[in-house]
Design a protein around this ligand. Structure first.
Ligand code: BT5
Length: 280
């Protein structure tokens, strides 16, 4: 009997020791009105976006947060994989903005702005945003955002915003092919960061920018966003549908499209694509 109790205690103790995020700590530091007011926490999950989408399809409310300490099938855009070991912040938020379906892609801007501002303000790090959805430090990706919209009869039902932020992870844990292009807050700061506090701060800033976005302040958001967009004015390459274009990144227009001026003087606005600019 005593042995059983001791073993159970050891198992629980081991489980707790493995936990880096506490749901209770998140709840106690939250400063938001809607974001994170309902939390689904997992130690291991396939993908927080996948579960959040499912929950939203079954009626989960706006602001619902899904967070996992580790993802086994973390998703990037276009079916790419997102490396999500212990030590990162991997989470998704359900949003139900009353906007037109085509405007949902604009949400990436207030979200990325909120993340960049939080990292800069909290850690005094030199953060950049790479159009459309990457957050970089010293040209290396520290955070990615995956926005997935679900529509019904052409109307926007909900949006799941998935955020992957590399926090307390050593670069040497990353797969070799990512070690040159990725970074983590631990790598930049040479110390660990309290995950719950950072999450609470992020949710607070995201909610603020989201409210501004809903109040049709997109242009103002974009102006502030451009302060982090150091690719503007640079020579860039952009890969879209398997074709590589080269030119100057002139601007991001009021729809969030990237305006590229080609070497022959013609201009094209890109809705999507893979931007490369530090390689030239
Ligand atoms: C993204 O895609 O950047 C969006 C990533 C979103 C991840 C979050 S985590 C919580 C939520 N649940 C999910 O399942 N997903 C979201 P994309 O722009 O396609 O970038 C993907 C590419 O980034 C990969 O092909 C790799 O080259 C690189 N990559 C993968 N894992 C990375 C990591 N942890 N840090 C930096 N780069 C990474």
């Amino acid at each position: 009997m005593e042995i059983h109790i001791k073993l159970a205690f050891k198992r629980n103790h081991f489980k707790e020791a493995n936990k880096m995020i506490s749901k209770e700590k998140i709840e106690s530091c939250l400063k938001t009105k809607i974001l994170g007011r309902k939390i689904h926490y997992y130690q291991v999950l396939s993908s927080t976006n996948k579960l959040a989408k499912n929950l939203a399809l079954h009626g989960a409310s706006e602001g619902t947060l899904v967070i996992a300490e580790k993802q086994t099938e973390g998703k990037g855009r276009l079916n790419r994989k997102w490396f999500s070991p212990n030590g990162g912040l991997w989470f998704s938020i359900i949003l139900k903005p009353k906007i037109k379906t085509f405007e949902a892609s604009k949400l990436t801007f207030p979200i990325s702005l909120a993340i960049a501002e939080t990292i800069r303000k909290t850690f005094n790090l030199n953060v950049e945003i790479k159009w459309p959805n990457d957050i970089l430090i010293n040209n290396r990706k520290v955070c990615g955002i995956l926005t997935e919209s679900v529509t019904k009869e052409k109307k926007l039902k909900f949006v799941v915003v998935g955020i992957g932020l590399n926090v307390n992870i050593n670069l040497k844990e990353f797969p070799e092919n990512l070690r040159c292009s990725a970074t983590t807050l631990k790598e930049e700061l040479k110390r660990n960061v309290k995950l719950e506090h950072l999450l609470c701060e992020l949710l607070f800033q995201i909610e603020r920018e989201y409210e501004l976005f809903l109040n049709e302040d997109f242009r103002k958001i974009l102006e502030r966003w451009k302060n982090f967009a150091s690719f503007l004015g640079k020579r860039i390459k952009i890969l879209m549908n398997g074709k590589l274009y080269e030119g100057i990144a002139e601007d991001v227009d009021n729809e969030g499209k990237l305006v590229v001026k080609f070497l022959d003087g013609t201009v094209r606005n890109f809705v999507a694509g893979e931007l490369k600019y530090n390689l030239i």
